[in-house]
Write a protein that binds this ligand. Sequence first.
Ligand code: ADP
Ligand code: MG
Length: 475
Amino acid sequence: MSKTAESVWNNCLAFIEDNITSQAYKTWFEPIKAAKLTDNALSIQVPSKFFYEWLEEHYVKILKVALTKELGTNAKLVYIIRMENTYGNKQPFTEKIPSANRSNLQSQDVDVPLKNKSPELKNPFVIPGIRNVKIESQLNPNYNFESFLEGESNRLARSAGLAVANKPGGTSFNPLLIFGGVGLGKTHLGHAIGVDIKDKYPEKTVLYISAEKFTQQYIESVKKNNRNDFIHFYQIIDVLIVDDIQLLSGKAGTQDVFFHIFNHLHQNGKQVILTSDKAPVDMIDIEQRLLSRFKWGLSAELNHPDYDTRVAIIKNKLYRDGVEMPDDIVEFLANNIKTNIRELEGAIISLIAHSSFNKKEITIELARKIVDNYVKHTKREVSIDYIQKVVSDYFQMDVDTLQSKTRKRHIVQARQLAMFFAKKFTKASLASIGSQIGQRDHATVLHACKTVDNLSSTDKQFRKYVEDLSKKLTL
Ligand code: ADP
Ligand code: MG
């Protein structure tokens, strides 16, 4: 009985199906069609270049084993990448097969011969007619550069943002990672870059998305079995702005798919802009390969605004709202709300609201009352010293013992718990936590956090420690 492409491929599929999860099989193997069999080379047709890259990275070994079983040690695998006319259009393939592509893993025995390199394939994602597909950029036009006031605290990030907006994908700031604490303007600056690019290059496809929404979309696509559409969608974007990427931490599947989308965009000269509330070195549970990508471009920090910048931001807001406020009140606000621009704006808004509802003048007394409310309502951050004290008390040791260099198990555990809670309940960086808990380095703290995570899921007694301490610390 002579072999056909179908029979060979079906045997391979049977073998692969037994060896991977059914979800993976459905996603990555069911859409493949056997195309051609010549001598010892099997050609398979895959839906996109991305698909091919994914197979090469994740499944090349199993493909090799399966194919070798069928065709012997000289087996070769040829990918044929199907071209699509329009994004998301599931029309059956009707065009000529544009080309096969050479595996980028030439050292592998599954050798993929190089056939023609049609110009189309160089960038299979510039799909004819794609210009008709409108992608809503999700940008907020009010978050622009004009309303983003410059100060010492944001100069680097702001000018890097402007440089990126002038030449998206054409600077070494790719990705541009903007990081900084809550309410310091990360989201605003991310939008501003997008808005400016849309202004200068209306034909570019710009997309702003929060990492949270990205994650939801991805999960949804896995459920609905249209993950390919999800991926294709992200691959046709020229400028991708992902907000709060620290939210990807611990989400391996989402990180994996983002890694591939990122690589694709980057390789094709597309611009990626990311924001995070932590510096890359302080991100926990983000895969190393993704972290290293984040560091390829520029990481620019947004710091707490200095006094002059705070005054400028308040005045600008008042001006835009058409409200007048005496200088001493502006100064009072700038002096009392220092670390969060969102809170500063919130205080101004309640001040204006109070005075207009109650038909009162804006006075310093009113300002004081509102600021008091604001500052009281904002949660007080527990200090690292306090955490060390609570943990030491709980294990009936003193803080010096907790910080000591001993390797005694219960002391090591107490120290690791203190580090874990310091990471959880304060905004301090890993390095700063380490230096305050017995002069350790950031890697030790990171290790401690992971150990506590692991132990609390495997060790019942340990989990109780974590729960008890959590309660004590959040009282
Ligand atoms: P983050 O994303 O870092 O938490 P946002 O971008 O949401 O912070 O900023 C919080 C608020 O502060 C927004 O209303 C934003 O417009 C304002 N803001 C932040 N930085 C500036 C700035 N440099 N100039 C003017 N407004 C700012
Ligand atoms: Mg934000």
